[in-house]
Design a protein around this ligand. Sequence first.
Ligand code: HEC
Length: 166
Amino acid sequence: MDFIGTKLFLFLLIIAIFGSFGVYASFEPPLADTPEIANSETTLAVSLSRKSEDFKPVDNMHHFMEYVYEPTYNQLKKNVSTEPTAKEIWSKIKSGAMILAESSTLLAQRAPDKGDKDLWISSSLLVHQHGSKLFTASRQKDYEAVKKSFAAMSEGCKKCHQAFRK
Ligand code: HEC
């Protein structure tokens, strides 16, 4: 090997050695293999695989009515009885309206085995739709609409009770 050939050989050898270091250094495990991330991904996968059946009622319908609907409704009834002036009363009306409207989704899913299931769902829907209107009306501080939607929502309560409350 002549002098130039030896230099070239050494040069290539150095590149090869440092190059392989580079490859080694860049060989990090993919992100998902690191324990923390793998764990959080597993947790996410597990929670996504949960079915809606896993969300069971906390207790029976009697207690749902007694602890969710009744106190919320009674407060609401009081707060809509005269036209509110205070901001905090409007907030309370919005809160009650939203609690009843949103929880009617749960109510609709909990029809008893016996009785007219369609009626159960349609009266839950009245609470949902007019509760939503009540929420919007109270955001707009539209007292006439508040009274109207509160009365219409109460018809939903009555309709279901006539058929299902003994
Ligand atoms: C889809 C059906 C349905 C709708 C809608 C409904 N309820 Fe009820 N409610 C029931 C049933 C069923 C019971 C009887 C539960 C029991 O005692 O087993 C009941 C019972 C009650 C009770 C008596 C609870 C107690 O402690 O004895 C109150 C108060 C009540 N509901 C309030 C309301 C209000 C207020 C609304 C409307 C905002 C409403 N409910 C809408 C089905 C419904």
